[in-house]
Ligand binder design. Structure first.
Ligand code: PGA
Length: 253
C-alpha cells in the first residue's frame, strides 16, 4: 500500500450563512491560509447551496476546494427543490458530502439512496464524502463496528468506488454538535476496521481517506488527527469561525 493520503479538512457549514456572512467567512479562511505557513492539508468549504456560487468565486486560485452538502441521484428532471451532481460540478464543486446523519435522520435517506447519490456524484466527476456512524443506543449496545460496517457496504455502489473518487467520514451521531467525542482508541478502532473493509471490498492500489467528524475543535484536533488511521476531519460548528477552522487544518502533520 502506498503512503497515507494527504490530510483533508472539510468545513460543513450546514444551513448557516446569509450572503454577507458567507462571503466574510470564505474571505477570512482564504486570507488566513495565505498568511500562515501552508497547512499540510487540503481544505474544503461546503457552504449551503445558496452560497456555492459566491463562495466558489472567492476560493478561486486559493487552493481551497469547494464542496456541497448533498445532491440528487438523478442528473436532471422533475425534482422540485433538488440540486443534481452535474449542477454542482458546473458551479465548480469538487466534493459533495453524502449520507450525512442529519439527512439520514430528517430526510429518510437510506443506505441505498445514499449509494445512488454516490454513483451520481462519481458520474459528474465529484469526489463523494460518504458519512457513516452509529447512534448512542447502538454504541451502548456494543454495535458500533457492526453498524458502521453495514452502512459502509450498503452506502457505496458496488462498482467504480476508488480512493480517487470517494472519502469516508466516520461521524458518530451522538458526537455531532454535542461537544462529546469517542476516545482516541475508539476512533482508531473504527477507522482501522473501516480501512480494512474498504480494502477487502474494492481492492484499491492506495488507501482510502477516512475522516473523523463530530465535535472536532481547535482544542481536540491535534490529538484526533494524530491517530494513524485518521486522515482528516469533517468539521461542523467549528468551521463557522475562520480562525478555528484554519487552526484545525494547521494541526495536521
Ligand atoms: P460538529 O458537526 O462538528 O458540529 O459536531 C460535524 C458534522 O455534522 O459534520
Amino acid at each position: 500500500m502506498a503512503n497515507a493520503p494527504r490530510p483533508l479538512i472539510v468545513g460543513n457549514w450546514k444551513m448557516n450563512g446569509l450572503c454577507e456572512e458567507g462571503r466574510a467567512l470564505a474571505h477570512a479562511v482564504v486570507e488566513r491560509r495565505k498568511a500562515t505557513p501552508r497547512p499540510d492539508a487540503d481544505m474544503v468549504l461546503c457552504p449551503p447551496a445558496t452560497l456555492l456560487g459566491t463562495v466558489g468565486a472567492i476560493l478561486e486560485g486559493s487552493g481551497i476546494f469547494l464542496g456541497a452538502q448533498d445532491c440528487h441521484a438523478e442528473a436532471k428532471g422533475a425534482h422540485t427543490g433538488d440540486v443534481s451532481a452535474p449542477m454542482l460540478a458546473d458551479l465548480g464543486c469538487r466534493f459533495v458530502i453524502l449520507g450525512h446523519s442529519e439527512r439520514r435522520q430528517h430526510h429518510g435517506e437510506t443506505n441505498a439512496a445514499v449509494a445512488a447519490k454516490v454513483k451520481a456524484a462519481h458520474a459528474a466527476g465529484l469526489k463523494a464524502i460518504v458519512c457513516i456512524g452509529e447512534s448512542k443506543a447502538e454504541r451502548n449496545a456494543g454495535k458500533t463496528v457492526e453498524i458502521v460496517e453495514a452502512q459502509l457496504e450498503e452506502s457505496l455502489p458496488e462498482m467504480g468506488v476508488s480512493p480517487g473518487n470517494t472519502v469516508i467520514a466516520y461521524e458518530p451521531l451522538w458526537a455531532i454538535g454535542s461537544g462529546k467525542t469517542p476516545s482516541i482508541e475508539e476512533i482508531g478502532t473504527v477507522h482501522e476496521r473501516t480501512g480494512a473493509l474498504l480494502k477487502e471490498l474494492f481492492e484499491p492500489s492506495e488507501p482510502f481517506s477516512i475522516l473523523y467528524g463530530g465535535s472536532v475543535t481547535a482544542a481536540n484536533a491535534a490529538g484526533i488527527l494524530a491517530i494513524p488511521a485518521v486522515n482528516g476531519a469533517l468539521v461542523g460548528g467549528a468551521s463557522l469561525d475562520a480562525a478555528t477552522f484554519c487552526k484545525i487544518a494547521e494541526s495536521c502533520g
